[in-house]
Design a protein around this ligand. Sequence first.
Ligand code: FES
Length: 102
Amino acid sequence: MAEFVPVAGAEDVGEGEIRAFEVRKTKVAVAKVGGTFYAFNDACTHLQCSLAEGDLEEVTVICPCHGSEFDVRSGEVLRGPAREPVETYETRLEGGGLEIKL
Ligand code: FES
């Protein structure tokens, strides 16, 4: 059953940044946009490149390998070649720490 798991300190991911964390054997990317944290699976659904190594433009993450674009809020594909959305995870701040529901 999914439950919230502590991942990092709230200040570990800066505004406009993406960082990857290993959470229960899953590599999760966390982006901070407008003060809100968005968590999603780090593996691009095209050929599994790390999305945390890509660029973040507002709420869009751009895969460094072939340029697929995903909405970090929903995981939805905004631009191919990827066709499948990335999985997203709920986030919350708890006592100064960032937690992800996984
Ligand atoms: S691996 Fe991400 S676009 Fe190809």
